[in-house]
Design a protein around this ligand. Structure first.
Ligand code: NAD
Length: 399
């Protein structure tokens, strides 16, 4: 019988600078149900006291959005705000909502440029024009860009509107739609302005992944593999066994894998909602190298997940060179990442520039670099005091 992770802290134990999930083993807390059309839907509960919410995951879920919103109570108006590339899905959501409430649709251009204050300002004006008030629920349809943008608009318009996330990229389904981080970029700095604002409900329709370009799909897969490495050895083994199904985007495998990732993220978020205990930092495995790769190769040249894939291999090699793990653990990651189609080798970029870019990473504390490094499968630790020579040696070995 599935149960809700109402006391998430009980499952976490700080161990030697890291965190490990104890007492839950492979037990899943996701709740699997049959939906009206006979399809299966998993529910993951994010336990955050009065900000708690549910994530629904399955095929054909777009059509259920209206009933999910009605269940929130007092919602009489929906404003669907969508990435223009997925306007077709957004129209389905709008039509489903229109059966019981007023529902408007706005679109924004695809791409990171939409995460700007200018776009926020335009949406604020649109909401004013549409008469949005406290009974309005915003509905974000798209990837992480639209989720972060609409979440921030929801956090700020009339000091806070409810919002529903309908993530349509694999990355946003397993990562950005869960956890309440919202915001926009400044021209000089990504994600610099924002707010913690939790959605009221998240609806994940695995059917939307069918139209996702292959590189975007694989980019999300890097984050999926990351969850196995950092928190769940059983998930990693399941992914190793499911490579073919994952490559062909098998809906039932995706449903259970996405549900498990959401569950893991929900548990981390419930234990460290605002990044104060250090636990949420485990999610950054592979990201110190990855962010540097993205910055030095020029934003957009490399997708985030591609950079994280190479970054995880580099971080694993760093752990190896520090004697924290053996070579086989790195090789297992390389094998799985390559089997699903992700890059694992460092492109030809100047190492000094990569090192300099790492200094800007949020995990620099008093001039020393901290890295999230694996200790064993399913467990990572935050390791301080890493110096340039150790990182340079890893970069040399990673081409
Ligand atoms: P994205 O939103 O730009 O989507 C990627 C591309 O896929 C876009 O071109 C989009 O138009 C297209 N697309 C989306 N869904 C599609 C579909 N179903 N079919 C066809 N095309 C589709 O990027 P992303 O990778 O989803 O998210 C990246 C963003 O998320 C970044 O801005 C990042 O900062 C943010 N992010 C936020 C968090 C968080 O916790 N809030 C976590 C990770 C990343």
């Amino acid at each position: 019988m599935a149960r809700r992770p109402d006391e998430p802290l009980r499952g976490w134990m700080g161990v030697a600078g890291g965190w490990t999930l104890v007492g839950r083993g492979n037990e899943t807390v996701a709740n699997t149900q049959q939906s009206a059309d006979g399809g299966l839907c998993e529910t993951v509960h994010v336990a955050l006291a009065e900000r708690s919410y549910d994530i629904f995951i399955g095929a054909g879920q777009l059509a259920t959005t209206a009933e999910r919103m009605r269940a929130l109570g007092t919602v009489s108006h929906a404003v669907v705000i969508a990435d223009e590339a997925v306007a077709g899905y957004a129209r389905q959501v709008q039509a489903a909502c229109q059966s019981t409430m007023r529902a408007d649709l706005l679109t924004v251009p695809s791409g990171e440029e939409s995460k700007s204050i200018a776009r926020v300002d335009q949406l604020w004006q649109d909401l004013l024009r549409l008469g949005a008030d406290r009974k309005t629920c915003l509905v974000a349809v798209g990837g992480g860009v639209v989720g972060d943008l609409v979440g921030f608009v929801a956090a700020t318009f009339t000091r806070g509107l409810r919002f529903c996330q309908i993530p349509t990229t694999l990355l946003s389904q397993v990562d950005s739609s869960v956890g309440g981080k919202t915001g926009v970029n400044l021209p000089q700095a990504k994600n610099m302005v924002g707010a913690f604002w939790q959605p009221s409900v998240v609806v994940i329709d695995t059917d939307t992944l069918h139209s996702l370009p292959e590189r975007e799909y694989l980019s999300g897969m890097a984050e999926v593999i990351k969850y196995g490495m950092i928190l769940d050895a059983e998930l990693f083994e399941r992914l190793e066994r499911s490579v073919e199904a994952l490559r062909r985007r098998d809906p039932s495998v995706l449903r259970s894998v996405i549900a498990r990732c959401c569950e893991l993220k929900a548990q981390v978020v419930a234990a460290d909602e605002r990044e104060t205990t250090g636990l949420r930092a485990v999610l950054n495995y592979g990201h110190t190298f990855g962010h540097a790769l993205e910055a030095v190769s020029g934003y957009g040249a490399m997708l985030h997940g591609e950079a994280v894939s190479i970054g995880m291999v580099c971080a694993s090699r760093l752990a190896e060179s520090l004697g924290r793990i053996d070579a086989e653990l790195t090789q297992r990651q390389v094998r799985l990442l390559e089997a699903v189609g992700l890059p694992t080798r460092l492109p030809d970029l100047p190492h000094e520039e990569l090192w300099r870019a790492m200094q800007h990473d949020k995990k620099v504390e008093h001039g020393r670099l901290r890295f999230v490094l694996p200790a064993r499968m399913g467990h990572v630790e935050l390791v301080p005091d890493i110096d340039a020579s150790q990182v340079m040696a890893v970069l040399q070995a990673s081409h």
